[in-house]
Design a protein around this ligand. Structure first.
Ligand SMILES: Cc1ncc(C[n+]2csc(CCOP(=O)(O)OP(=O)(O)O)c2C)c(N)n1
Ligand SMILES: [Mg+2]
Length: 134
């Protein structure tokens, strides 16, 4: 089973309870965090004591599959396939797919920093996801 969530959700109780129980019961779950580097308008490192979210796996004795480039579809396909194989055989895993928030939220978006077009947004997301993984 593949379960997707945003970076912001990893700081609430449901995340901890779910990951913990999946490890206790050795469930075949791939927990994949889509880290777009913001929970609404709040940067990850202002909201999470551990901003490298994949490292939260260790707290549950769960396999840490690290960070992957969420803007690279081939890498996503390969790493998620690997993670699913691992989960089916050995129990849950956590991985973190790096991307970038394409757009802000309407009431906080700064017009000076907002990308001008969708293609500007995508190019910036690719650049920032790549630099977060290297
Ligand atoms: C249990 C709970 N706590 C807090 C909120 C308020 N809330 C709404 S969106 C959000 C941040 C979500 O961040 P993320 O998962 O990274 O999603 P993104 O903003 O990147 O789409 C929060 C804290 C909520 N909806 N539910
Ligand atoms: Mg987010």
């Amino acid at each position: 089973m593949l379960c997707l969530m945003g970076d912001g959700s990893t700081n609430i109780g449901y995340f901890h309870e779910s990951l913990n129980l999946s490890a206790v019961w050795q469930l075949p779950v791939v927990w994949m965090v889509e880290n777009n580097q913001y929970g609404m308008g709040t940067a990850v490192d202002r909201a999470s004591g551990q901003p490298e979210i994949h490292k939260k796996a260790e707290a549950y004795g769960m396999h840490d599959m690290g960070r992957i480039n969420g803007m690279d579809p081939i890498e996503m396909y390969e790493k998620i396939s690997e993670a699913l194989d691992h989960a089916r055989q050995h129990g849950p895993v956590l991985l973190e797919a790096m991307t970038y928030r394409f757009q802000g939220i309407p009431w906080v978006t700064q017009s000076a920093t907002a990308p001008k077009t969708r293609s500007h947004s995508i190019k910036r997301a690719i650049r920032l996801a790549h630099s977060a993984c290297t």
